[in-house]
Each structure stands twice: as C-alpha cells, then as structure tokens.
Ligand binder design. Structure first.
Ligand code: ASP
Length: 445
C-alpha cells in the first residue's frame, strides 16, 4: 500500500488550533502514516520559538544561573496545548528529567532537541499513533555528521511492524550515545530520511506557505505559485535565497526518486509545489510558463580589470584568481572580454581584504586599469524549459532595455537552466518585476 511521510513545521504546531488542523490533514488520508513534527514555533510575529527558549535555558544552566522561570514558560506552552486539546498525557516526568539533565550536563543540542521530543509525544498521543524516539533511529558519527546508511537501517528496524508512527524531527544520537541535532530547520532533513527509509511514495512538507512562489511577494504583488519544480531548478533558486526547505533535505529523497510536496497547513486545499526529479516526464503536463522562477540577491562587488593584450598573456586569469584564493575570497561569476576581465564576488567577503587584494593583483599582473564596483545585485532567471525555447535571453534583455535598466553582467550556465544578470542594487526590484511581467503576466492564457 502507498504511504506518505508528512512533516509539519513549527508554525503548523504552534498551538492547539494548529494541532487540530494537523490532525485533520493526517486523518484525511490513510496513506499519511509517518509523521515528523517540529517543535512549537511562533504563534505571532514576535513570539519566541520553543527551540530558542530551550537554547536560552541551556545557556543559563551553563552559566550556573537559575532557569526555572524560563523553563516554566516552556512547560506552560506544552501544558496549554495538552489541556486545550484534551489529550490524556502528562509531560511532568519528562520536564523533570530535562531540568535535571540541564543542571548536571547543559548540552546545547540535547536542550534544543527536547522541543521536538516533547511535541512528538503530544502529537502521537493526540493522533493515537506510536511514538518512535528519533534518538533510536537517526544516527550521527562522533562529530555530529549524519550516518545515512546506518540511519536507514535503524529507521527500518525501528518502524518494523508499525502501522503508523510519530518520529520527532531535528535530532538523533551519535554512535557514542550523545544527542545531536541537525542545523536549524533540520526537521525537514529528518522527514526526508524517513521518506527514504520507508520508501515513501511522496514526502509532504507542511508549512505556512503554499509552496514556492515564482518571485518574492515583497517585490511582485501576488506572484503565482510554482506548481512543479525540478531539484536542479530548486538548487539554483535556493542558492539565490529563495528558502522554504532545509538544503540538506534534498539529498535523501532525491537519491531515492521520491518527490517532495510543499503544502500549507492553513490552506490544505492548495496543491502546493511539487519538487520532482530532474528526469521527470513532464509530457503529460500542460505546458506552463517558459520560466520557473526569478530570484535576486544583493551584496556583490565586481573587480574590473583591464589590460591591453590580456588574452595573449598565459596565466593571467590564474594569477588573478590565485590572489582571491590566497585571500579566502571565492568568486561567483567571471565574464570576460578580450582585454577585460570582471570578477563578481560577495562584498562582505571582499571587504576585510579589499586593499590587499587590489595591491596583490596590481603586483601580479600589472593591469592598465583596475577598479572595484560595489552595490551589484545578481538576478537569476531559472527554468528547465528555457533550453528548448528560442528567444528567452532576448526577452530578458528586452525587458531590461524597456525599463532603462543597465545590465552590468551576463552569464548563462552551460546547462541553459538559468540566465544570470547583474544590475545595480537600486534596479533589482524593478528588474524582477519587469521579468515577471514579460514571462508570467504576458504568457497568461
Ligand atoms: N525546531 C528547530 C528549529 O527551530 C528545527 C525545525 O523546526 O526544523 O530550527
């Protein structure tokens, strides 16, 4: 029988009302057998996540300061949910154990992990599902790196014979028995691992947005949601800062060919975004837009170098890049001309070594002219269909020309999955709106 792994983020489990929505979602589809919860997140914008409160308690405990009052807020949060839902469960024993552990051994990862642990207990009781402690099935090495093969085996053993289970997200245990967590937002990773281990048909990741949007809603009013995106396209957009999912959540499902469906707990009727493998057969789908998404990022600088006959000088580029390398600055893009070379770097990485880099490049290659231009934004237009559609690049530039936006840099990766352009930071929002108009609004049927 088909099965789904469903992960619910912190905002989906922030209070009793959200728990009810989650239970409705789980119960409305009998394939939703394995549930991975986060810790209670924010109920309103300046609320504090339980995970952050636990970090604070641990810090206080580590400095020998009494954390009773802070821990009481955490207790109240869970007890409030329990009594509101009317579930027959008490966490008093668990609270006492956590307090005792923090007093004797205040370890950060252990403290943070308790948010998911306790929430998992409550959710399992409310759903009437089995509780499987992530500490028994997610295995890290002594340095806190995930041991995927061991984990898959342990998950299979831990879930054997169970028809359903709640497995808390975010943490596991090292081979030496120490509790460790993934980085922040890591419940996404747990869900992905469980999906791989149980060979799920789909990994549903429930959050508070209806999937990925074609463009940032702070820039484009009411942008369309992306219905389907490939893992590769997602990687391009995520790199530019479009984040809904933890980066490490991709690999376990991608390698097993399991699609991820990003869904909205507050709007379960929305289809959300489906993330599918790169070789997914799109032929049955309606054609859709030429592009999948647009993302932009500020904070770049370009180092522009000019030297007559540069193209004849063997090793010129290598010497310049070596200077960046030895100063610990990585480069993002490097469009060049016959006698010019321009290298785009992250301004914050360049700043501390700016003068040194300039001096060393001068010394190494003796350019006719060198300058640094700050305030550059990079914009990526991403889409798997661009490869087979003529005129995409022309349309990108036509929209920039109509808006009188000066394009400072152009780059198209060999995969033809994206077109990268550099514009002044002040032009970024308008550039994104124009491209949205050109490809989304004007392609609407
Ligand atoms: N609760 C953890 C965090 O706040 C992990 C998660 O929510 O995925 O980062």
């Amino acid at each position: 029988m088909e099965n789904k792994v469903v992960k619910f983020g912190g905002s989906s489990l922030a209070d009793a009302e959200q728990f009810r929505k989650v239970a409705d979602i789980v119960k409305s589809d009998s394939r939703r057998k394995f549930v991975v919860p986060s810790a209670p997140g924010k109920r309103f914008s300046d609320d504090i996540k339980v995970t952050d409160m636990l970090y604070k308690c641990c810090e206080l405990a580590g400095s020998g300061i009494d954390f009773t009052d802070d821990f009481q807020i955490i207790k109240d949060r869970y007890n409030g949910i329990i009594s509101d839902l009317g579930v027959d469960i008490s966490l008093d024993k668990e609270f006492d154990e956590i307090i005792a552990e923090l007093k004797s051994r205040p370890a950060k990862d252990y403290a943070a992990s308790r948010g998911e642990f306790l929430n998992g207990k409550v959710l399992a009781a409310y759903l009437g599902y089995n509780f499987v402690d992530a500490a028994d099935v997610i295995v890290f090495d002594t340095k806190g790196r995930l041991l995927l093969d061991e984990t898959i085996k342990a998950v299979r053993a831990g879930l054997r014979g169970l028809n359903n289970a709640v497995i808390p997200g975010f943490y596991g245990r090292t081979t030496e028995g120490i509790i460790r967590t993934f980085s922040r937002g890591g419940s996404d990773v747990t869900g992905s691992i469980i999906a791989n281990a149980v060979n799920a048909d789909i990994y549903e990741n429930w959050t508070d947005v209806s999937g990925f949007l074609v463009a940032d809603p702070r820039i484009v009013e009411n942008p369309e949601a992306i219905e389907t995106i490939t893992y590769r396209e997602l990687r391009e957009l995520a790199y530019m800062g479009a984040s809904v999912l933890h980066e490490d959540a991709i690999f376990p499902v991608r390698s097993a060919g399991i699609p991820i469906n990003i869904r909205n707990t507050n709007r379960p009727e929305d289809k959300g975004t489906m993330i599918v493998s790169d070789d997914y057969d799109f032929s049955r789908e309606s054609l859709g837009h030429t592009i999948t998404g647009i993302a932009g990022k500020k904070g770049f600088s370009t180092i522009n170098i000019e030297k007559a006959m540069m193209n004849n000088e063997i090793g010129f580029g290598m010497k310049v890049l070596n200077v960046l390398y030895s100063n610990g600055v990585s480069f993002e893009h490097m469009p060049s001309g016959i006698d010019t070379m321009s290298i785009t770097v992250d301004s914050s990485k360049l700043e501390p070594v700016r003068e040194k880099v300039l001096a060393e490049i001068r010394r190494e290659v003796n350019p006719d002219h060198i300058e640094i231009e700050d305030g550059i934004a990079i914009l990526a237009v991403v889409g798997r269909r661009m490869k087979n559609t003529r005129g995409t690049v022309a349309r990108v530039f036509a929209s920039m020309a109509h808006a009188r936006i000066n394009v400072k840099l152009i780059d198209q990766g060999s995969s033809e999955l994206n077109v990268i352009i550099g514009v002044s930071e002040n032009d970024l929002s308008e550039a994104i709106r124009r491209i949205y108009d050109m490809f989304i609004n004007s392609e609407k049927v």
